[in-house]
Design a protein around this ligand. Structure first.
Ligand SMILES: C[S@@+](CC[C@H](N)C(=O)[O-])C[C@H]1O[C@@H](n2cnc3c(N)ncnc32)[C@H](O)[C@@H]1O
Length: 133
């Protein structure tokens, strides 16, 4: 099954990224990030790739849990906000369709609220994430 997004994330505007961070992150995504960290298990020293990282709320929570985190997101304004709010996290502008990382770069791959918006079939994305991890 191919999942297609109703939204063109590549043209996300600066103010949309800030509204996302101001309203949706505290209202919704911070609580989900707690669940992801809990589910991931011990993260101390783990190299984590956070796919479709958005403004970086999960990336920051993963860092607090001891992980060394790289975030990647398609929308430059989302990445810009992530960089503003974070330190010690590498944020990359890029697509989950073509992860620009060598094999075995990561121990864990996370993707919070990303699968539903990514354009490629889930199986292919999972294989690519598995290659990078
Ligand atoms: C609902 S937000 C989730 C963001 C973040 N994971 C969080 O929990 O706050 C979906 C994100 O997916 C990103 N996105 C959409 N298509 C993408 C793609 N092909 N590759 C990477 N990121 C993508 C969007 O730019 C957006 O930041």
């Amino acid at each position: 099954m191919t999942v297609r997004s109703a939204m063109d994330w590549g043209s996300t505007a600066d103010d949309a990224a800030r509204a996302y961070q101001g309203y949706l992150v505290p209202g919704m995504f911070l609580a989900l990030a707690e669940k992801v960290v809990e589910t991931a298990g011990p993260l101390d020293g783990a190299r984590v790739l956070d796919v479709a990282c958005g403004t970086g709320s999960l990336s920051r929570r993963l860092t607090e849990a001891g992980a060394s985190v790289t975030g990647i997101d398609l929308a430059p304004p989302m990445v810009a906000v992530a960089r503003e709010l974070s330190s010690g996290i590498a944020f990359v502008e890029g697509s989950a369709d073509e992860l620009p990382f060598p094999d075995d770069s990561f121990d864990v791959v996370t993707c919070q609220q990303g699968p539903a918006v990514l354009p490629r079939p889930a199986g292919r994305r999972r294989r690519d994430a598995a290659r990078a991890a």
